[in-house]
Write a protein of this length. Sequence first.
Length: 447
Amino acid sequence: MSPQIATIIGLVIMFIVATALPINMGAVAFALAFIVGGVWVGMGGKEVLAGFPGDLFLTLVGITYLFAIAQKNGTIDLLVHWAVRAVRGHIVAIPWVMFVVTAVLTAFGALSPAAVAIIGPVALRFAKQYRINPLMMGLLVIHGAQGGGFSPISVYGGITNQVVAKAGLDVSEMAVFLTSLGFNLLMAVICFLAFGGLQLLRRQGVLATAEVEGTQASSRQFAIEGHGALLAAGGGTSSTDPVALEAVRLNRDRFITLVGLLGLGVAALVYDLNVGLVSITVAVALALISPNAQKGAVDGISWSTVLLISGVVTYIAVLQQAGAVDYIGHGVSGIGIPLLGALLVCYVGGIVSAFASSAAVLGATIPLAVPFLMQGHLGAAGVICALAISSTVVDVSPFSTNGALVVASAAKDEREKLFRRFLVYSGLVVALGPLLAWLLFVVPGWM
């Protein structure tokens, strides 16, 4: 059996075993990486572990540790309080605020995982506090990050435009940006409507009426809707009493935590420093300043998610080392039907990117499409836009950095359920996303 086929079969086995049995998929992935990599690919233990995603591991640990501290000392509840006051009780606006903020961050050059790492934990806390579907909230954060990700000054945009220019293709930078923004906005609207947005609209109508009347029913409705907050003197005890919401105040620990979170944002977005290292540093600084306030925060780190993501990404590195991705790519590029070839390249980009770096996949899949484009049967702009979307829209996968960050940011009692829902949704996106992008942007250019 060839190394390429063996690693692909191993990937299928990993999903079957982890789905059928209550075993962490990451643990299965590590075992298969060792067995398949050693027997069929000829890799030693050190070579297998070379694919361990140290940067992603540290990012997941650092972010979840930092926000566990922020949750214990009441900072996240304070942010929730401020956010609700800012939108004047319009809970339905909160998911869209998250979408816009992450889109703006990535459009101005922030790495997509950096933006999600900063906004995701706050968004998931909002969802918990106000009974908003965490799947919908998390998906809007990720689609927002991907929507702004192809601006001419962004990372993805820079990679795509550089590869396109090197291939000598005439594709407008703004065309790629606007199509990605529009596609992800469409996906966000679908997610909003499918995962609880209509219920939020109905709840919103009741809230607005109660507020206008200014009666006692307003307070009762706000309590029902989950407008809770931590008492200023308390740590981790939430209340649905609207009076308690007003009791949230800025104290020393919360002020220092806010400064730390702001510092994380500046370091990651402005100075492009490693998110994981910065978040760990900020968390340790907070722990040193208030040791008692952070006691037990390490338990808030999503260790099961860290194991799962690290194992799967390590196995994918073995798969890439075996040449499975190139094997599939060259087979696709050898097809003599340009329209079908473009569709298959979109799927290659989408499937691989669901587990690997989208930036790396963009640089690899666009050259695969050049032979089709040189024949002149397909519009270059449409194919590049479809490839760009197919290779990034799947970042909702819980095995990608963005999806993993959102799942890890959820409340402990929600993580497993949210992971499975993300897995189902990302499966649908992988199956249908490239097809939809192909239909919208490639087929019209061929006709």
